[in-house]
Design a protein around this ligand. Structure first.
Ligand code: 9MR
Length: 479
């Protein structure tokens, strides 16, 4: 696959790091922790990380969920998962506008049934685009990309702890420039447009920028640092930075300092794709854990696979379990470092919003508004606009005091806006005064219940929000 072709970019850069001595500290600190921890704390990666207010996850493949050795390690050791490939663009939208979530759902359902967090990976990336998107450019591609972000994040709304909204958008080397790609050629603002669309679609998910060769302080990580600082200063929603950490022997000596400088910008840091080849692998894993535990905002670590035989780095044996599922020395050093090091996170990572079978339709937090008593419904809406298009997310709350079965929301679309696609409702007509009707799975709206719907539209310069909402004929208040 294409990513493997770039493997050498990650190799040979990192010299062997000095060995770590963790055993003595492990003995001292673990004793104190056991006093307040659950009975099995410290005996698995997930339980030990949880003692420190963090998660310990693995990238998993839906196709391996029928492998009993694999699943037993997964269920025993990890409290977070990332879909290694199943939530990527090519997997979830194989033809334009047709979304397939079956393999992503296999992973999500497994995680949910076991109480594991889910890292969503990845909404936009120059690789693993479906062929139809590879062949697009300009505003058509921008519209398709934002629609993709909106639809996938909306589908998984409430289930995802953190999304990699944009993956690997910066160039290697010393330029500090954006990577050239079809997405980048749609305009430099494509990353912030993606983050805004993701926030509108799933306000409860942490939104991450994720990249490799950014583990130390270098031109590439500094370019990302500058982007995050700019986003924070302009209110572009970003919550976390993912350091992939595909390493040889161990992390760079300024790994912790790099994590800390991102944390100091007010974002979480997550180690998102950890694997380590080389003869210092075991101490390298301990170094990564120690660095993460030393920074309160480093909220979790994900290894990129379970057994060496599951790794994309074929033949390098970079993971914590051997091909038979046995714990390696790297496993032991990782667990010891988790048990020994670091401090409890004072601001524990946000847990995902409550899970629902159709997350966009039920169990939404009530929407606040200036006048919540003022009508039979209230609506909250957000518009994310770019040069020629926009997405609107509308949350409708039934404030009538009684349950509604079957609803129609009528609103006025600003002139020039034309709806091109929508979700969680049917829209007719596509301009002017529009009626959005419930679809088969979300017609029941209990008293104080909420439903979120949305649409994508083209515009000719007027990006105002829709107005004059009525629900089943009664005016709504708008927040
Ligand atoms: O591990 C993934 C492998 O199975 C896929 O073939 C490959 C496709 O490009 O992507 C691998 O995962 C990559 C991740 O999505 C992003 N960072 C680099 C990872 C390794 O290439």
């Amino acid at each position: 696959m294409s990513a493997e072709s770039s493997t050498p970019r990650r190799k040979g850069r990192l010299a062997a790091r000095s060995a770590f001595v963790v055993a003595a500290a492990a003995g001292l600190v673990a004793t104190a922790v056991v006093l307040t921890a659950p009975a099995n704390a410290g005996t698995t990666l997930g339980a030990s990380a949880a003692e420190k207010g963090r998660y310990f996850g693995a990238a998993i493949a839906a196709g391996r969920l029928s492998d009993s050795t694999y699943v037993s390690i997964l269920n025993r050791e990890f409290n977070s998962v990332t879909a290694e490939n199943e939530m990527k663009w090519d997997a979830t939208e194989p033809s334009q506008g047709n979304f397939t979530f079956s393999n992503g759902d296999r992973i999500a359902n497994h995680a949910i049934s076991r109480g594991m967090k889910i890292r969503g990976h990845a909404l936009l990336w120059h690789q693993q685009q479906p062929s139809w998107a590879q062949n697009m450019s300009g505003s058509a591609l921008r519209n398709a990309a934002i629609n993709h972000v909106t639809r996938v994040a909306s589908y998984y709304r409430g289930k995802i702890h953190s999304w990699d909204v944009v993956n690997e958008a910066f160039a290697d080397g010393t330029s500090g420039a954006r990577r050239d790609s079809n997405l980048q050629r749609t305009g430099n603002d494509w990353i912030e447009a993606a983050f805004r669309a993701a926030r509108a679609a799933d306000p409860g998910a942490k939104l991450c920028y994720n990249d490799y060769n950014t583990d130390g302080i270098n031109a590439k990580s500094t370019a990302i640092y500058n982007m995050v600082r700019d986003f924070k200063s302009r209110g572009v929603p970003i919550d976390c930075v993912g350091l992939q950490s595909h390493l040889t022997n161990g992390p760079p000596s300024d790994y912790r300092a790099n994590i800390q400088r991102f944390a100091d910008l007010g974002v979480d840091v997550q180690i998102t794709e950890l694997d380590i080849s080389g003869s210092s692998q075991a101490s390298g894993y301990a170094s990564v854990v120690n660095a993460c535990l030393a920074v309160a905002r480093c909220t979790g670590i994900t290894v990129w696979g379970i057994r060496d035989s599951d790794s994309w780095r074929t033949g390098q044996n970079p993971l914590l379990f051997d091909a038979s599922g046995n714990k390696k020395a790297a496993y032991t050093s990782t667990l010891n470092a988790l048990n020994a090091g670091g401090t409890q996170v004072s601001n524990p990572p946000t847990t995902a919003a409550p899970v629902t079978t159709r997350p966009a339709t039920t169990s939404q937090a009530p929407v606040t508004s200036a006048n919540p008593q003022g009508g039979a419904c209230r609506v909250a809406y957000g518009v994310n606009a770019w040069n020629s298009g926009l997405t609107t997310e509308i949350t409708i709350t039934n404030t009538s005091g009684t349950a509604i079965n079957g609803w129609s929301l009528v609103f006025t679309l600003p002139s020039g806006q034309v709806i091109t696609s929508g979700w969680n409702a049917s829209y007719s007509p596509t301009s002017g005064q529009v009626t959005a009707r419930n679809v088969d799975y979300n017609g029941a709206l209990p008293a104080n219940g909420s439903v979120s719907i949305g649409f994508q539209a083209t515009h000719t310069g007027n990006t105002a929000k829709p107005s004059s909402f009525t629900l089943n004929g009664t005016a709504c208040t708008a927040a």
